[in-house]
Structures are given as structure tokens and as C-alpha cells.
Design a protein around this ligand. Structure first.
Ligand code: PLP
Length: 423
């Protein structure tokens, strides 16, 4: 597409957009009587209009049926997690057997580490990106300590080269090679939360396996954003949250992937609970844990139905829109945003911006912009004019137009505001 920095171009692009009707399925926050330019779907996705009704259905069943809702409810709670599995699997490119919705992201990663971070005297290191999301740093630090290691000896954090903002893929592969005898686990994000860099999950997994390590991923910023083929890529395990691109509300339930090759491996240690136990025997209340095959066998507790009901609404929308169409539109929105930022910089020399997100294919919806000294003033100016973006210290603005509800017009309007900033 040849972009133009005009309202008519943006409106025409919206007209041609096959996904345009999905915007009407969401509540868009309003600022001064106009829709905001909401570019923080990577942080907290917007609320689908169908959410309240779905919640109401469960509340009604609880009100009218009490405990009987487990089997007599409209969506019997006993089986609730299963109603989400197929559509969650489609989002990450997995078999239904490989996916379950449960708990929350950081908890899930801890449980997965119990099974998949199995250090030995020889092989005990974890390779990860430097500057990972803090929860991931604390996760890894506490896990290596739990196994009796010092973080400084067991964690290898890969830094970008001097003067560069993002890791080079070849440096990741080289680091795995350099530690081939001592690395137990390669653990990366799918999309780096700060820079928006997309890591090559397939190649990282392949290299990890080549040296005899396990490959696991935190897909918080990847699920619902980029094309994922976790099954085909042979990823061992992954987890994600549902409240960013997946629009399921603050702190909502997370998702877990465990590859089919581990589905029936009962030798893997795990922290078990009754919801992961063989479903047919669950209510016999007997001793001796017998895991359900697949990711479902990692469940501990019965499903938090109210959170799951919200997540289910969103997963149904994703299934209707289709990941490949969403990814295609996300790329276009991202490219248009990049174009509009470039144009604004040409037209307004007060802007000192530097896009640190690498070019496609190493990016998804998000663009991270390093701002100059006037960065915070610029951010405040944008906020005042109805742009909802995200400020990250020391001086980065993150923006992610998302394909379900952002429009080309949102981006055009944003560009006009950016262009009008005076330092
Ligand atoms: C958002 C995010 C989290 C948040 O973890 P919760 O357990 O859901 O609070 C963790 N890791 C990454 C990479 C994230 O982007």
C-alpha cells in the first residue's frame, strides 16, 4: 500500500478494511466528546460490548442454581476451561491438547519452570534477554535460587551491542552455542515489551534443542499480536496473559502451552492439584495423582468462571476475525503509524524521535519511540489531546494500534497532533 498523510486516504483505508466492523464490538474510551486514539491495547485491551452479558449469564446461573451450576448451568462450570481451549489454541498455533486457560501469567510460568527447568550439576544455566519484564526477572532469579544456584552464575542475560537498542538474532544463536554444555533452558519473550522487538521463536527453539536445552517463552506481548505456530516450531512450553492484546480485562486469567511431545510424560515433575487430575476420577477424592493428558494436566484449581467468561468472549471474537487477517491488518496499521511518525518529523523539527523497534519482520503492532529531552512534555501533550499511549522511563513512548479496534483514521489524527507539538 502507498501511504498518504491525509484524512481521505485514512478513511478510504478503513473502508477497504475487511475487519472494520469489529471496532463497533468494543467500547472506545472518549476524550472531550471524541473517541480517544487508544494505542495501549498492548497494555490493557479494550472491553468487548458482549462482556457484560456473558458475565451476567454466569451470575444468573449462580443466583438461580447455586452449586448446581457446575453441571446444570448454561455453560456448566465443571467443564468451563474446555470452552476456551480451541479458540485459545488457534491464537497461538497449537493443538487443543497443548493449551489450557488457567491462573495468571507469572504463576503459570513458575509452575511450568517446575516441570521444565530441571538443572543438573553440568547443565543449569538459563539464557534470557537483558531488560526482560520485571516479573520475568524475578521469576528466573527466584527459580535459580530455589534450585540452590546464584543468579550471577546461573542466569545469562543477553545485552544489545554497544550503541544498539535491540538484540541481534545472530547474537542470541551464538550465545546458545557458546553455552552449549551448560544451558538448561532458553527463556525469552516472544515480543519484547519495551522495544517491541519480535524474537525468532522458531530459530531460537531449534538452536536450544540442538544443544540439548529446553525452550520456553513468555508470550504476554505476542499472543493475539503476531503469528505464532507453537506446535510446528516445537516450542516446549509457553504462557501468556489475556488482558493485553486479548482484551479480557485487568488481571484476567492466563493461558498455557505445553507441547504435545510432553503431553503424556508423567515423569515430568509438577506441582499438582485436583483440576489437573484425570477428569473421570476427579470426584472420587482418592490418593495418587493421575494427570490429565496435555496442558490440562497442569491445572491446579477449578476454573475462575467469572474471569474465564470474560476471556471467552474475547477468544470468540478472535476466532471470528481469524489470526491471519488480524496479523495482516496489524502489520498495515503498524506501517502506517511508522509512516505518519516519519512525516511528522519532516514537518516538525521540534520532534526528536528515534524509533527503536526494529523493522518488519522483527516487529508486531507496537512501535517504541525514544524521545529527546522534551519527551515527557510531548507525551503529556499527546495525552491532553486524546492520545492514549504509554510512557516508560527513562524516555520511551510505546504505541500499539491493534487490528480489532484501531483504525487508519486514529493513526492519521495522531499524526496531526504529533505534528502540531511545539516544544
Ligand atoms: C505484562 C507482562 C507480565 C505480567 O505478568 P502477570 O503475572 O500477568 O501480572 C509478565 N511478563 C511480561 C513479559 C509481560 O509483558
Amino acid at each position: 500500500m502507498n501511504f498518504e498523510n491525509t484524512l481521505s486516504f485514512a478513511q478510504q483505508a478503513d473502508q477497504n478494511d475487511v475487519l472494520r466492523s469489529f471496532r463497533d464490538e468494543f467500547y472506545i474510551p472518549v476524550h472531550n466528546g471524541q473517541d480517544t486514539m487508544y494505542f495501549t491495547g498492548n497494555s490493557l485491551g479494550l472491553q468487548p460490548k458482549a462482556t457484560a452479558t456473558a458475565l451476567q449469564t454466569e451470575l444468573e446461573d449462580w443466583k438461580n442454581l447455586g452449586v448446581e451450576g457446575h453441571f446444570q448451568g448454561k455453560n456448566p462450570w465443571f467443564h468451563y476451561h474446555k470452552f476456551l481451549t480451541d479458540n485459545a489454541a488457534k491464537v497461538v498455533g497449537a493443538l487443543p491438547l497443548e493449551v489450557v486457560v488457567m491462573n495468571q501469567l507469572t504463576s503459570n510460568l513458575h509452575f511450568l519452570f517446575v516441570s521444565f527447568y530441571r538443572p543438573t550439576a553440568q547443565r543449569y544455566k538459563i539464557i534470557m534477554e537483558a531488560g526482560a519484564f520485571p516479573s520475568d526477572m524475578y521469576l528466573v532469579e527466584s527459580q535459580v535460587k530455589f534450585h540452590g544456584y546464584q543468579p550471577s552464575e546461573a542466569i545469562i542475560e543477553l545485552q544489545a551491542r554497544e550503541g544498539e537498542h535491540t538484540l541481534r538474532h545472530e547474537d542470541i544463536i551464538q550465545a546458545i552455542e557458546d553455552n552449549k554444555d551448560s544451558v538448561a533452558l532458553v527463556f525469552f519473550s516472544g515480543v519484547q515489551y519495551y522495544t517491541g522487538q519480535v524474537f525468532n521463536i522458531e530459530q531460537i527453539t531449534k538452536k536450544a534443542h540442538e544443544v540439548g536445552a529446553v525452550a520456553g517463552f513468555d508470550l504476554a506481548h505476542a499472543a493475539g499480536n503476531i503469528d505464532l505456530q507453537l506446535h510446528d516450531w516445537q516450542v516446549d512450553f509457553a504462557a501468556w496473559c489475556s488482558y493485553k492484546y486479548l482484551n479480557s480485562g485487568p488481571g484476567s486469567v492466563g493461558g498455557v502451552f505445553v507441547h504435545e511431545k510432553h503431553a503424556r510424560n508423567n515423569d515430568l515433575p509438577r506441582f499438582a492439584g485436583w483440576w489437573g487430575h484425570n477428569e473421570n476420577e476427579r470426584f472420587k477424592m482418592l490418593k495418587g495423582f493421575d494427570a490429565e493428558p496435555g496442558a490440562a494436566g497442569w491445572q491446579l484449581s477449578n476454573a475462575p468462571v467469572l474471569s474465564m467468561a470474560v476471556h471467552k468472549v474475547s477468544l470468540d471474537i478472535f476466532a471470528r476475525a481469524g489470526m491471519s487477517q488480524l496479523v495482516a491488518k496489524g502489520k498495515q496499521l503498524n506501517a502506517y503509524l511508522n509512516f505518519v511518525i516519519d512525516e511528522a518529523m519532516v514537518n516538525n523539527t521540534d520532534l526528536e524521535l528515534n524509533i527503536i523497534t526494529p523493522p518488519a519482520p522483527e516487529r508486531g503492532c507496537q512501535i517504541s519511540v525514544l524521545t529527546g529531552e522534551k519527551g515527557k512534555a510531548l507525551f503529556d501533550y499527546l495525552t491532553l489531546h486524546g492520545v492514549i499511549a504509554d510512557w516508560r522511563n527513562p524516555n520511551v513512548i510505546r504505541m500499539a494500534p491493534v487490528p480489532l479496534y484501531n483504525s487508519f483514521e486514529d493513526i492519521f489524527r495522531f499524526g496531526q497532533i504529533l505534528q502540531s507539538f511545539k516544544a
